[in-house]
Design a binder for this molecule. Structure first.
Ligand code: AMP
Length: 422
């Protein structure tokens, strides 16, 4: 039987990978512009880290983790998200004693066991930023401005930014009671998951993807009414800073996000054009996370963007800046006996930084030309009797079909000059 890639995973083939490079460059370039530096953490961690850092009542932990025992019977989990790993690394390397805030970004594969569909995979890729060590609301605004700048640079200006404050443990406690009181009489109308979790974490009902849950709790009290003074002021500064920087947002009382560690600011970005899975990223403040992971009381804020969904959005724009990287020059060998000279020429061009290729399957000169065209070469360089005897190379511009003879000694400089037109 043919072995295929596991369900929910896929290959990124070379004719698609340029789009990834383009998006990754924009992501990294923008993050670095804002003073964030890259961190790379392991793909798998101790299961306990995600149980603590993501929250035991979340869908991610209860249903979606790829957990396995290794040969020493340790329980390990393929990372479902990046924030908990960053918190662990901060604690492990005692970075809370150093320069604060620690401003990091990461990018790479994440793993969640969910029903695959367009825009939802079991191995998917996220880009995220995290800033640890400051409670300033201006930092919340910076992180959101960074997210907005990324979208603008990708040409995705048609997004919706949803914003809310989920309060702090003290104001949330009162709200929790009010919400439980509101939900209890109508609990039979909730989905099975919410019937179980509403007592422990009623905010999850607001976050539930099942539409009937929202209908059942209609008229529910909103968290904004219960924010304490500090959370209210914090939220006001975040909103004011965004407004002053021309960022439009929608205050969204339903936005509570699925993870337990969020405090105060929560946000999510949607691009309605990309279909059912329109959330391309989200984040928020998580002042309790580092402590929950066994570290000191170190506040934090961050977000994660799904790269697959960014890609869907960028593709729907048919963005002209996304071009595959092909070869620039192709060396056509007119006769087998000149293979050695052709190999030298190819090597010389490559060493001069020119993306060059040749044929390795004994094609005729005509077939090599077709091959060069398929590879997208701008120039073809011929090595045949005439060229070897006359110590020159014939160069053909594949677009204009013009040919010229160039002295062998000047070839790389001349090719570079011609490539400036492309
Ligand atoms: P989350 O960590 O759940 O807040 O997700 C942040 C972003 O990651 C989402 O907005 C999506 O763009 C992306 N994402 C999350 N889960 C998946 C998935 N299973 N497949 C593809 N993208 C995902």
């Amino acid at each position: 039987m043919q072995v295929k890639a596991p369900r929910g995973t896929y290959d990124i083939l070379p004719d698609q990978v340029h789009k990834w490079h383009y998006i990754e460059e924009v992501l990294k370039g923008t993050a670095e512009l804002y003073g964030y530096r890259e961190v790379r953490t392991p793909i798998f961690e101790h299961t306990e880290l995600f149980e603590r850092g993501v929250g035991e009542s979340t869908d991610i932990v209860t249903k979606e983790m790829y957990t396995f025992s290794d040969k020493s019977k340790r329980s390990l989990t393929l990372r479902p998200e990046g924030t908990a790993s960053c918190a662990r690394a901060i604690i492990e390397h005692s970075l809370y004693n150093g320069l604060l805030p620690v401003k990091w970004y990461y990018t790479g594969p994440m793993f969640r066991y969910d029903r695959p569909q367009t825009g939802r995979y079991r191995q998917f890729h996220q880009f995220g930023v995290e800033a640890f060590g400051s409670t300033s609301p201006y930092l919340d605004a910076e992180v959101i401005l960074l997210l907005v700048e990324i979208l603008n640079r990708l040409g995705l200006s048609e997004f919706e930014l949803h914003l809310n404050s989920v309060g702090c443990p003290s104001c949330r406690e009162e709200y929790r009671h009010k919400l439980i009181q509101h939900i209890t009489p109508v609990k039979d109308g909730l989905c099975k998951d919410c019937q179980v979790r509403y007592q422990q974490n009623p905010l999850r009902v607001l976050d539930c993807k099942v539409a009937t849950c929202h209908e059942a709790i209609t008229g529910y009290p909103t968290l904004s009414e219960y924010l304490c003074g500090e959370c209210r002021d914090h939220y006001a500064i975040v909103r004011e800073t965004l407004e002053q920087n021309g960022v439009k947002y929608i205050h969204d009382d339903n936005l509570v996000r699925g993870l337990d560690y969020y405090t105060k600011t929560a946000f999510e970005v949607h691009i309605p054009d990309i279909g059912a899975q329109s959330a391309i990223g989200g984040g928020g403040r998580y002042d309790g996370l580092v402590r929950d992971c066994g570290g000191p009381d170190l506040p934090g804020i961050g977000f994660a963007l799904g790269i697959e969904r960014l890609l869907l959005a960028v593709e729907s724009l048919k963005s002209s800046c996304v071009r595959p990287v092909g070869i620039e020059a192709f060396v056509t060998v007119m006769d087998d006996k000149y293979e050695l000279q052709a190999a030298r020429l190819v090597n010389e061009l490559r060493q001069a930084g020119i993306r060059t290729d040749k044929d390795y399957s004994g094609k005729s000169a005509r077939a090599q030309m077709k091959y060069a065209a398929k590879l997208g070469a701008y120039l073809t360089l011929f090595v045949g009797d005439e060229e070897i005897n006359g110590d020159f190379i014939t160069i053909r511009d594949m677009q204009s079909k013009k040919q010229e003879q160039v002295a062998r000694d000047h070839i790389t400089d001349h090719v570079k000059l011609l490539l400036q037109n492309y």
